[in-house]
Write a protein that binds this ligand. Sequence first.
Ligand code: PXP
Length: 240
Amino acid sequence: MALAPIRLGVNLDHVATVRNARGGAHPDPLTIAKALVGSGMDGITIHLREDRRHIRDADAEAICAWAGKPVNFEMAATADMLGIATRLKPHGVCIVPERRAEITTEGGLDVVSRRASLRQDISRLHDAGIRVSLFIDPDPAQVEAAAEIGAHVVELHTGAYANGRPNEIARLRAAATLTTKLGLECHAGHGLTFSNVQLVAALPEVIELNIGHYLIGEALLIGLPNAIAEMKRLMIEARL
Ligand code: PXP
């Protein structure tokens, strides 16, 4: 039986990182997003971090207003971010844990211990018409808690797998199966590359991958549209 199509969300945070290195306006994430339509990118992911180290408020505002592709708005569950998200109304919000000192999002959200507050946050975002995803480690207890508090989507953190622990694919597979069994949509991401993406893309329940850093790195060699097209080709091939 043919598997459901798989979408590629392109994380543009590091376009802003390059821009911010010189403090000017170039390269501009919205201009890049517009240029990528037709490359195989199905959606745009941006993470407005508390310290605004890459994407800034004006980027988030412009990209959400453009709406040329669905926007997946990653954020920490803070009052400030909830206010911004409910005002900008992206297609989806992905709630991620955030620690100031981390280089990137190092682990999944602990939904189990934060059920009560996350339930309220999800309900507020749903009331604003925004689909909510929770970025979690592939742990059955976290998947069950995400379902219990009303998330529509979980995004499974693939970092441990990408960091060279191939046995992690079994945990990802089990978590993906449980996610759909509980009626949620399953996404995945973090640390994915041309060489490790196919085992994740082959998981039948996973219908979206969010990929950023590697694509921006490959873009230096082959250009961002080509890097996206190749990543999408590998994802599709993995599901044949
Ligand atoms: N998904 C989430 C929730 C993330 O926080 C990140 C990193 O910003 C990614 C996907 C993309 O990870 P990478 O940049 O390693 O591809």
